[in-house]
Design a protein around this ligand. Structure first.
Ligand code: ARG
Length: 470
Protein backbone atom coordinates (compact mmCIF):
# COMPACT_ATOMS: atom_id res chain seq x y z
CA UNK A 1 0.00 0.00 0.00
CA UNK A 2 1.44 3.36 -0.93
CA UNK A 3 1.11 6.44 1.19
CA UNK A 4 -1.08 8.06 -1.43
CA UNK A 5 -3.72 5.34 -1.21
CA UNK A 6 -3.84 4.95 2.57
CA UNK A 7 -6.75 7.26 3.02
CA UNK A 8 -8.95 5.20 0.72
CA UNK A 9 -7.79 1.74 1.63
CA UNK A 10 -8.08 1.66 5.39
CA UNK A 11 -4.67 2.78 6.72
CA UNK A 12 -4.60 5.66 9.18
CA UNK A 13 -4.12 9.20 7.93
CA UNK A 14 -0.49 9.06 9.06
CA UNK A 15 0.44 5.39 8.47
CA UNK A 16 3.14 6.41 6.01
CA UNK A 17 5.25 7.55 8.94
CA UNK A 18 4.85 4.44 11.12
CA UNK A 19 6.18 0.89 10.92
CA UNK A 20 3.48 -0.87 12.97
CA UNK A 21 -0.22 -0.29 13.61
CA UNK A 22 -1.26 1.35 16.84
CA UNK A 23 -2.10 -1.00 19.72
CA UNK A 24 -5.80 -1.67 20.13
CA UNK A 25 -6.07 -0.17 23.60
CA UNK A 26 -4.12 2.86 22.48
CA UNK A 27 -6.54 3.23 19.61
CA UNK A 28 -9.45 3.27 22.02
CA UNK A 29 -7.57 5.48 24.44
CA UNK A 30 -6.81 8.12 21.84
CA UNK A 31 -10.08 8.00 19.92
CA UNK A 32 -12.70 10.68 20.44
CA UNK A 33 -15.20 9.82 17.75
CA UNK A 34 -17.76 8.46 20.16
CA UNK A 35 -18.19 11.82 21.75
CA UNK A 36 -16.93 14.37 19.23
CA UNK A 37 -19.19 13.06 16.46
CA UNK A 38 -21.74 15.23 18.14
CA UNK A 39 -20.10 18.11 16.24
CA UNK A 40 -20.66 16.52 12.83
CA UNK A 41 -22.88 19.30 11.50
CA UNK A 42 -20.32 21.92 12.46
CA UNK A 43 -17.52 19.83 10.96
CA UNK A 44 -19.31 19.60 7.63
CA UNK A 45 -20.21 23.30 7.69
CA UNK A 46 -16.61 24.26 8.39
CA UNK A 47 -15.30 21.96 5.64
CA UNK A 48 -17.73 23.35 3.08
CA UNK A 49 -16.69 26.92 3.87
CA UNK A 50 -13.03 25.95 3.70
CA UNK A 51 -13.54 24.17 0.38
CA UNK A 52 -15.43 27.13 -1.09
CA UNK A 53 -12.52 29.37 -0.12
CA UNK A 54 -9.96 26.97 -1.63
CA UNK A 55 -11.85 27.02 -4.91
CA UNK A 56 -12.27 30.82 -4.97
CA UNK A 57 -8.56 31.21 -4.39
CA UNK A 58 -7.71 28.77 -7.20
CA UNK A 59 -6.20 26.25 -4.77
CA UNK A 60 -8.61 23.48 -5.82
CA UNK A 61 -10.68 23.22 -8.98
CA UNK A 62 -14.39 23.88 -9.45
CA UNK A 63 -14.97 20.18 -10.10
CA UNK A 64 -13.30 19.35 -6.77
CA UNK A 65 -15.59 21.73 -4.95
CA UNK A 66 -18.63 20.26 -6.68
CA UNK A 67 -17.50 16.76 -5.68
CA UNK A 68 -16.91 17.81 -2.08
CA UNK A 69 -20.37 19.36 -1.91
CA UNK A 70 -21.98 16.31 -3.45
CA UNK A 71 -20.14 13.98 -1.07
CA UNK A 72 -21.02 16.04 1.98
CA UNK A 73 -24.71 16.01 1.04
CA UNK A 74 -24.61 12.22 0.98
CA UNK A 75 -22.71 12.08 4.28
CA UNK A 76 -25.21 14.41 5.90
CA UNK A 77 -28.07 12.16 4.86
CA UNK A 78 -26.20 9.09 6.09
CA UNK A 79 -25.49 10.56 9.49
CA UNK A 80 -29.02 11.86 9.86
CA UNK A 81 -30.54 8.50 8.98
CA UNK A 82 -28.14 6.65 11.26
CA UNK A 83 -26.58 4.62 8.47
CA UNK A 84 -23.18 6.33 8.67
CA UNK A 85 -20.52 3.90 9.80
CA UNK A 86 -18.58 5.61 12.58
CA UNK A 87 -15.24 3.95 12.90
CA UNK A 88 -13.07 3.99 16.00
CA UNK A 89 -9.97 3.35 13.90
CA UNK A 90 -10.52 6.74 12.29
CA UNK A 91 -10.12 8.39 15.66
CA UNK A 92 -12.35 11.43 15.54
CA UNK A 93 -15.28 13.08 13.78
CA UNK A 94 -12.98 14.93 11.41
CA UNK A 95 -11.16 11.88 10.05
CA UNK A 96 -14.32 9.79 9.91
CA UNK A 97 -16.05 12.33 7.70
CA UNK A 98 -12.98 13.00 5.56
CA UNK A 99 -12.43 9.32 4.99
CA UNK A 100 -16.02 8.72 3.97
CA UNK A 101 -15.85 11.74 1.67
CA UNK A 102 -12.79 10.33 -0.04
CA UNK A 103 -14.48 6.95 -0.41
CA UNK A 104 -17.45 8.70 -2.03
CA UNK A 105 -15.76 11.23 -4.31
CA UNK A 106 -12.11 10.20 -4.58
CA UNK A 107 -9.32 12.74 -5.04
CA UNK A 108 -11.45 15.80 -4.29
CA UNK A 109 -11.94 14.36 -0.80
CA UNK A 110 -8.19 14.11 -0.38
CA UNK A 111 -7.77 17.74 -1.45
CA UNK A 112 -10.16 19.09 1.19
CA UNK A 113 -7.51 19.18 3.89
CA UNK A 114 -5.22 21.45 1.84
CA UNK A 115 -4.06 24.42 3.93
CA UNK A 116 -5.83 23.09 7.01
CA UNK A 117 -4.98 20.94 10.03
CA UNK A 118 -7.21 19.10 12.43
CA UNK A 119 -5.89 21.56 14.98
CA UNK A 120 -7.61 24.58 13.45
CA UNK A 121 -10.46 22.37 12.25
CA UNK A 122 -11.38 21.14 15.72
CA UNK A 123 -11.02 24.61 17.22
CA UNK A 124 -13.44 25.87 14.56
CA UNK A 125 -15.91 23.05 15.14
CA UNK A 126 -16.02 23.62 18.90
CA UNK A 127 -16.57 27.33 18.45
CA UNK A 128 -19.39 26.75 15.96
CA UNK A 129 -20.92 24.12 18.22
CA UNK A 130 -20.70 26.28 21.30
CA UNK A 131 -22.13 29.28 19.49
CA UNK A 132 -25.20 27.23 18.53
CA UNK A 133 -25.47 25.92 22.06
CA UNK A 134 -25.22 29.40 23.57
CA UNK A 135 -28.07 30.52 21.33
CA UNK A 136 -30.28 27.64 22.46
CA UNK A 137 -29.39 28.20 26.11
CA UNK A 138 -30.03 31.94 25.80
CA UNK A 139 -33.55 31.26 24.57
CA UNK A 140 -34.17 28.74 27.38
CA UNK A 141 -32.87 31.32 29.83
CA UNK A 142 -35.38 33.81 28.44
CA UNK A 143 -38.19 31.29 28.87
CA UNK A 144 -37.11 30.73 32.46
CA UNK A 145 -37.00 34.49 33.06
CA UNK A 146 -40.49 34.83 31.55
CA UNK A 147 -41.77 32.10 33.88
CA UNK A 148 -40.29 33.91 36.88
CA UNK A 149 -42.01 37.11 35.78
CA UNK A 150 -45.37 35.41 35.27
CA UNK A 151 -45.26 33.89 38.74
CA UNK A 152 -44.13 37.21 40.22
CA UNK A 153 -46.96 38.99 38.38
CA UNK A 154 -49.46 36.68 40.07
CA UNK A 155 -48.05 37.67 43.49
CA UNK A 156 -47.01 41.33 43.56
CA UNK A 157 -48.83 41.75 46.88
CA UNK A 158 -48.64 38.31 48.46
CA UNK A 159 -46.80 38.80 51.76
CA UNK A 160 -44.21 36.31 52.87
CA UNK A 161 -41.45 36.50 55.43
CA UNK A 162 -38.14 37.72 54.11
CA UNK A 163 -35.27 35.93 55.81
CA UNK A 164 -31.75 36.68 56.90
CA UNK A 165 -29.83 33.84 58.54
CA UNK A 166 -32.92 31.79 57.67
CA UNK A 167 -34.73 33.67 60.46
CA UNK A 168 -37.77 35.82 59.83
CA UNK A 169 -36.44 39.29 59.15
CA UNK A 170 -38.96 41.62 57.46
CA UNK A 171 -42.06 41.18 55.34
CA UNK A 172 -41.51 41.01 51.60
CA UNK A 173 -43.85 40.07 48.80
CA UNK A 174 -43.48 36.75 47.02
CA UNK A 175 -43.34 38.63 43.73
CA UNK A 176 -40.41 40.70 45.00
CA UNK A 177 -38.60 37.57 46.12
CA UNK A 178 -38.99 36.03 42.66
CA UNK A 179 -37.75 39.19 40.99
CA UNK A 180 -34.44 38.69 42.79
CA UNK A 181 -34.00 35.51 40.75
CA UNK A 182 -35.00 37.39 37.61
CA UNK A 183 -32.13 39.82 38.23
CA UNK A 184 -29.66 36.95 38.68
CA UNK A 185 -30.86 35.30 35.47
CA UNK A 186 -30.59 38.60 33.62
CA UNK A 187 -26.93 38.87 34.57
CA UNK A 188 -26.45 35.23 33.55
CA UNK A 189 -27.87 36.10 30.14
CA UNK A 190 -25.53 39.08 29.84
CA UNK A 191 -22.52 36.95 30.68
CA UNK A 192 -23.50 34.39 28.05
CA UNK A 193 -23.88 37.10 25.42
CA UNK A 194 -20.38 38.35 26.27
CA UNK A 195 -18.97 34.86 26.06
CA UNK A 196 -20.62 34.39 22.67
CA UNK A 197 -18.75 37.40 21.26
CA UNK A 198 -15.38 35.98 22.26
CA UNK A 199 -16.33 32.49 21.07
CA UNK A 200 -17.47 33.73 17.69
CA UNK A 201 -14.05 34.07 16.02
CA UNK A 202 -12.51 32.00 13.28
CA UNK A 203 -9.45 29.80 13.98
CA UNK A 204 -9.25 28.30 10.45
CA UNK A 205 -6.16 29.43 8.59
CA UNK A 206 -3.96 28.79 11.62
CA UNK A 207 -3.44 25.27 10.24
CA UNK A 208 -1.28 23.15 12.56
CA UNK A 209 0.14 26.13 14.44
CA UNK A 210 2.06 28.53 12.20
CA UNK A 211 -0.39 29.38 9.44
CA UNK A 212 -0.20 28.05 5.91
CA UNK A 213 1.71 28.70 2.71
CA UNK A 214 -1.42 28.75 0.49
CA UNK A 215 -3.01 32.05 -0.56
CA UNK A 216 -6.01 31.61 1.72
CA UNK A 217 -8.79 34.12 2.40
CA UNK A 218 -9.68 33.89 6.07
CA UNK A 219 -12.14 36.79 5.97
CA UNK A 220 -14.20 34.95 3.37
CA UNK A 221 -14.36 31.81 5.53
CA UNK A 222 -15.28 33.90 8.56
CA UNK A 223 -18.16 35.52 6.68
CA UNK A 224 -19.36 32.16 5.33
CA UNK A 225 -19.50 30.75 8.85
CA UNK A 226 -20.99 33.82 10.50
CA UNK A 227 -17.94 34.58 12.65
CA UNK A 228 -17.60 38.15 13.88
CA UNK A 229 -13.86 38.18 13.43
CA UNK A 230 -10.67 36.17 13.12
CA UNK A 231 -8.41 34.68 15.75
CA UNK A 232 -5.47 37.02 15.19
CA UNK A 233 -2.63 34.68 16.13
CA UNK A 234 -2.24 31.19 14.72
CA UNK A 235 -0.62 29.73 17.84
CA UNK A 236 -3.37 31.10 20.05
CA UNK A 237 -6.08 30.05 17.58
CA UNK A 238 -5.26 26.34 17.76
CA UNK A 239 -4.29 26.06 21.39
CA UNK A 240 -6.43 28.07 23.76
CA UNK A 241 -9.82 26.90 24.93
CA UNK A 242 -10.55 29.89 27.14
CA UNK A 243 -13.86 30.47 25.36
CA UNK A 244 -15.01 27.00 26.45
CA UNK A 245 -13.79 27.62 29.98
CA UNK A 246 -15.52 30.98 30.01
CA UNK A 247 -18.72 29.29 28.95
CA UNK A 248 -18.35 26.79 31.80
CA UNK A 249 -17.79 29.68 34.21
CA UNK A 250 -20.99 31.35 32.94
CA UNK A 251 -22.77 28.03 33.30
CA UNK A 252 -21.39 27.53 36.80
CA UNK A 253 -22.77 30.91 37.87
CA UNK A 254 -26.14 30.26 36.25
CA UNK A 255 -26.33 26.85 37.94
CA UNK A 256 -25.32 28.42 41.24
CA UNK A 257 -28.34 30.71 40.96
CA UNK A 258 -30.61 27.83 39.98
CA UNK A 259 -29.24 25.88 42.91
CA UNK A 260 -30.11 28.66 45.34
CA UNK A 261 -33.65 28.72 43.99
CA UNK A 262 -33.72 24.92 44.27
CA UNK A 263 -32.73 25.13 47.89
CA UNK A 264 -35.55 27.58 48.56
CA UNK A 265 -38.12 25.50 46.70
CA UNK A 266 -37.08 22.50 48.79
CA UNK A 267 -37.41 24.47 52.03
CA UNK A 268 -40.69 26.07 50.96
CA UNK A 269 -42.12 22.68 50.08
CA UNK A 270 -41.13 21.06 53.35
CA UNK A 271 -44.35 20.31 55.27
CA UNK A 272 -42.82 22.24 58.18
CA UNK A 273 -42.85 25.39 56.05
CA UNK A 274 -45.53 24.70 53.47
CA UNK A 275 -45.22 27.92 51.44
CA UNK A 276 -45.63 26.16 48.12
CA UNK A 277 -46.37 22.88 46.50
CA UNK A 278 -44.72 21.61 43.34
CA UNK A 279 -46.77 19.91 40.66
CA UNK A 280 -46.68 16.13 40.98
CA UNK A 281 -44.88 15.73 37.66
CA UNK A 282 -41.74 17.26 39.17
CA UNK A 283 -41.74 15.10 42.28
CA UNK A 284 -41.40 11.47 43.16
CA UNK A 285 -42.72 9.30 45.93
CA UNK A 286 -40.92 6.91 48.20
CA UNK A 287 -40.88 3.16 47.69
CA UNK A 288 -41.23 2.62 51.43
CA UNK A 289 -42.90 5.72 52.94
CA UNK A 290 -46.34 6.12 51.38
CA UNK A 291 -46.81 9.70 52.59
CA UNK A 292 -43.77 11.13 50.82
CA UNK A 293 -43.72 13.59 47.93
CA UNK A 294 -40.13 14.55 47.31
CA UNK A 295 -38.86 17.57 45.38
CA UNK A 296 -36.48 15.52 43.24
CA UNK A 297 -36.08 18.04 40.44
CA UNK A 298 -34.75 20.90 42.59
CA UNK A 299 -32.63 18.46 44.55
CA UNK A 300 -31.08 17.14 41.36
CA UNK A 301 -30.51 20.66 40.04
CA UNK A 302 -28.69 21.44 43.28
CA UNK A 303 -26.65 18.27 42.85
CA UNK A 304 -25.89 18.83 39.18
CA UNK A 305 -24.53 22.25 40.04
CA UNK A 306 -21.63 20.48 41.71
CA UNK A 307 -21.00 18.54 38.55
CA UNK A 308 -20.85 21.72 36.47
CA UNK A 309 -18.39 23.27 38.93
CA UNK A 310 -16.34 20.11 38.50
CA UNK A 311 -16.26 20.58 34.72
CA UNK A 312 -15.10 24.17 35.13
CA UNK A 313 -12.30 23.11 37.44
CA UNK A 314 -11.46 20.22 35.13
CA UNK A 315 -11.09 22.47 32.10
CA UNK A 316 -9.05 25.08 33.94
CA UNK A 317 -6.73 22.32 35.08
CA UNK A 318 -6.61 20.79 31.59
CA UNK A 319 -5.33 24.06 30.20
CA UNK A 320 -2.96 25.31 32.85
CA UNK A 321 0.11 23.21 32.08
CA UNK A 322 0.03 23.23 28.29
CA UNK A 323 2.90 24.80 26.42
CA UNK A 324 1.99 26.43 23.11
CA UNK A 325 0.59 25.38 20.80
CA UNK A 326 -1.84 22.44 20.33
CA UNK A 327 -1.50 19.40 22.59
CA UNK A 328 -3.65 16.33 22.55
CA UNK A 329 -4.74 17.17 26.10
CA UNK A 330 -7.23 19.44 24.42
CA UNK A 331 -9.23 16.51 23.14
CA UNK A 332 -10.36 16.17 26.75
CA UNK A 333 -12.17 19.50 26.53
CA UNK A 334 -15.25 18.11 24.84
CA UNK A 335 -16.97 15.83 27.32
CA UNK A 336 -16.97 18.39 30.15
CA UNK A 337 -18.07 21.11 27.76
CA UNK A 338 -20.86 19.02 26.25
CA UNK A 339 -22.09 17.90 29.64
CA UNK A 340 -22.05 21.44 30.99
CA UNK A 341 -24.17 22.69 28.10
CA UNK A 342 -26.57 19.74 28.39
CA UNK A 343 -26.96 20.18 32.13
CA UNK A 344 -27.59 23.90 32.01
CA UNK A 345 -29.96 23.67 29.05
CA UNK A 346 -32.04 20.88 30.56
CA UNK A 347 -32.13 22.52 33.99
CA UNK A 348 -33.37 25.80 32.54
CA UNK A 349 -35.96 24.03 30.41
CA UNK A 350 -37.32 22.06 33.31
CA UNK A 351 -37.32 25.07 35.65
CA UNK A 352 -39.34 27.20 33.24
CA UNK A 353 -41.95 24.47 33.22
CA UNK A 354 -41.72 23.73 36.93
CA UNK A 355 -42.29 27.37 37.92
CA UNK A 356 -45.55 27.33 35.99
CA UNK A 357 -46.65 24.43 38.17
CA UNK A 358 -45.85 26.07 41.52
CA UNK A 359 -48.87 26.24 43.76
CA UNK A 360 -48.48 29.12 46.20
CA UNK A 361 -49.97 28.96 49.70
CA UNK A 362 -50.41 32.57 50.83
CA UNK A 363 -52.04 31.54 54.11
CA UNK A 364 -48.93 29.66 55.26
CA UNK A 365 -46.71 32.56 54.24
CA UNK A 366 -48.85 34.96 56.22
CA UNK A 367 -48.96 32.63 59.22
CA UNK A 368 -45.17 32.45 59.22
CA UNK A 369 -45.07 36.23 59.11
CA UNK A 370 -47.18 36.51 62.21
CA UNK A 371 -44.42 34.86 64.21
CA UNK A 372 -41.00 36.42 64.50
CA UNK A 373 -41.62 40.17 64.95
CA UNK A 374 -41.14 40.90 61.27
CA UNK A 375 -42.25 44.52 61.69
CA UNK A 376 -39.88 45.36 64.55
CA UNK A 377 -37.70 47.45 62.22
CA UNK A 378 -40.78 49.37 61.11
CA UNK A 379 -41.50 50.26 64.73
CA UNK A 380 -37.94 51.49 65.21
CA UNK A 381 -38.17 53.55 61.99
CA UNK A 382 -41.46 55.00 63.26
CA UNK A 383 -39.79 56.20 66.46
CA UNK A 384 -36.87 57.64 64.51
CA UNK A 385 -39.25 59.62 62.31
CA UNK A 386 -40.70 61.05 65.52
CA UNK A 387 -37.27 62.28 66.57
CA UNK A 388 -35.66 59.43 68.52
CA UNK A 389 -32.04 58.61 67.53
CA UNK A 390 -31.94 55.22 65.73
CA UNK A 391 -29.86 53.44 68.40
CA UNK A 392 -32.33 54.49 71.13
CA UNK A 393 -35.24 53.41 68.97
CA UNK A 394 -33.56 50.04 68.40
CA UNK A 395 -33.16 49.61 72.15
CA UNK A 396 -36.79 50.55 72.90
CA UNK A 397 -38.12 48.10 70.31
CA UNK A 398 -35.81 45.34 71.50
CA UNK A 399 -37.31 45.70 74.96
CA UNK A 400 -40.82 45.63 73.50
CA UNK A 401 -39.91 42.43 71.65
CA UNK A 402 -38.69 40.90 74.88
CA UNK A 403 -42.02 41.65 76.56
CA UNK A 404 -43.95 40.20 73.62
CA UNK A 405 -41.77 37.12 73.79
CA UNK A 406 -42.58 36.68 77.51
CA UNK A 407 -46.25 37.05 76.69
CA UNK A 408 -45.97 34.67 73.76
CA UNK A 409 -47.56 37.25 71.49
CA UNK A 410 -46.66 39.50 68.57
CA UNK A 411 -45.83 43.23 68.77
CA UNK A 412 -49.22 44.25 67.41
CA UNK A 413 -50.89 42.30 70.19
CA UNK A 414 -49.35 44.48 72.90
CA UNK A 415 -51.63 47.25 74.12
CA UNK A 416 -50.96 50.87 73.25
CA UNK A 417 -50.09 51.53 76.91
CA UNK A 418 -47.63 48.67 76.95
CA UNK A 419 -45.94 49.99 73.82
CA UNK A 420 -45.88 53.51 75.28
CA UNK A 421 -44.04 52.18 78.30
CA UNK A 422 -41.02 51.78 76.01
CA UNK A 423 -41.42 55.16 74.34
CA UNK A 424 -43.99 57.87 74.86
CA UNK A 425 -43.61 58.72 71.18
CA UNK A 426 -45.87 55.77 70.35
CA UNK A 427 -49.37 56.85 69.26
CA UNK A 428 -52.47 55.13 67.92
CA UNK A 429 -51.11 55.36 64.36
CA UNK A 430 -48.61 52.63 65.31
CA UNK A 431 -51.16 49.96 64.36
CA UNK A 432 -50.65 50.63 60.67
CA UNK A 433 -46.88 50.63 61.14
CA UNK A 434 -46.92 47.24 62.84
CA UNK A 435 -49.14 45.70 60.16
CA UNK A 436 -47.66 43.62 57.36
CA UNK A 437 -49.49 45.65 54.73
CA UNK A 438 -48.17 48.90 56.19
CA UNK A 439 -44.64 47.56 56.36
CA UNK A 440 -44.74 46.48 52.71
CA UNK A 441 -46.38 49.62 51.37
CA UNK A 442 -43.81 51.82 53.10
CA UNK A 443 -40.99 50.45 50.91
CA UNK A 444 -42.21 51.92 47.66
CA UNK A 445 -38.92 53.09 46.18
CA UNK A 446 -37.35 51.50 43.12
CA UNK A 447 -35.95 48.12 44.17
CA UNK A 448 -38.24 47.96 47.23
CA UNK A 449 -40.82 45.34 48.12
CA UNK A 450 -44.02 47.47 48.12
CA UNK A 451 -46.66 45.97 45.82
CA UNK A 452 -46.60 49.15 43.71
CA UNK A 453 -42.82 48.97 43.37
CA UNK A 454 -43.02 45.28 42.47
CA UNK A 455 -45.61 45.96 39.78
CA UNK A 456 -43.40 48.68 38.32
CA UNK A 457 -40.36 46.39 38.46
CA UNK A 458 -42.28 43.66 36.64
CA UNK A 459 -43.18 46.17 33.93
CA UNK A 460 -39.53 47.16 33.46
CA UNK A 461 -38.45 43.51 33.49
CA UNK A 462 -40.99 42.60 30.83
CA UNK A 463 -39.74 45.42 28.62
CA UNK A 464 -36.16 44.26 29.14
CA UNK A 465 -37.05 40.71 28.21
CA UNK A 466 -38.93 41.86 25.13
CA UNK A 467 -35.80 43.72 24.09
CA UNK A 468 -37.27 47.21 24.28
CA UNK A 469 -36.02 48.42 27.61
CA UNK A 470 -35.41 52.14 27.75
N1 ARG B 1 -9.60 14.99 17.98
C1 ARG B 1 -8.62 16.02 18.14
C2 ARG B 1 -9.08 17.00 19.23
O1 ARG B 1 -10.16 16.92 19.66
C3 ARG B 1 -8.41 16.74 16.86
C4 ARG B 1 -7.09 17.40 16.71
C5 ARG B 1 -6.04 16.39 16.58
N2 ARG B 1 -4.82 16.97 16.20
C6 ARG B 1 -3.65 16.30 16.35
N3 ARG B 1 -2.60 16.90 15.97
N4 ARG B 1 -3.62 15.12 16.89
O2 ARG B 1 -8.35 17.84 19.70
Amino acid sequence: MTEATNATTGGSAWSGRFSEPVAELVQRYTASVFFDRRMWRQDIRGSLAHAAMLERQGIIGAADLADIRRGMTIIEAEIESGSFNWNLADEDVHLNIEKRLTALVGDAGKRLHTGRSRNDQVATDIRLWLRDEIDTIASRLDAYRAALLDLAAAHPDTPMPGFTHLQVAQPVTFGHHLLAYFEMATRDAGRLADCRRRTNRLPLGAAALAGTTYPIDREFVARELGFEGLCENSLDAVSDRDFAIEFCACAALAMMHLSRLSEELIIWMSPRVGFIDLADRFCTGSSIMPQKKNPDVPELARGKTGRVYGHLTGLLTLMKGQPLAYNKDNQEDKEPLFDTADTLRDTLTIFADMLRGVQVKPQSMLAALSQGYATATDLADYLVKKGLPFRDAHEAVARAVRLAEQRGCELDQLTLDELRSFSTLVDADVTQVLSVGGSLAARAHRGGTAPAAVRAAIGRARALLAGNAT
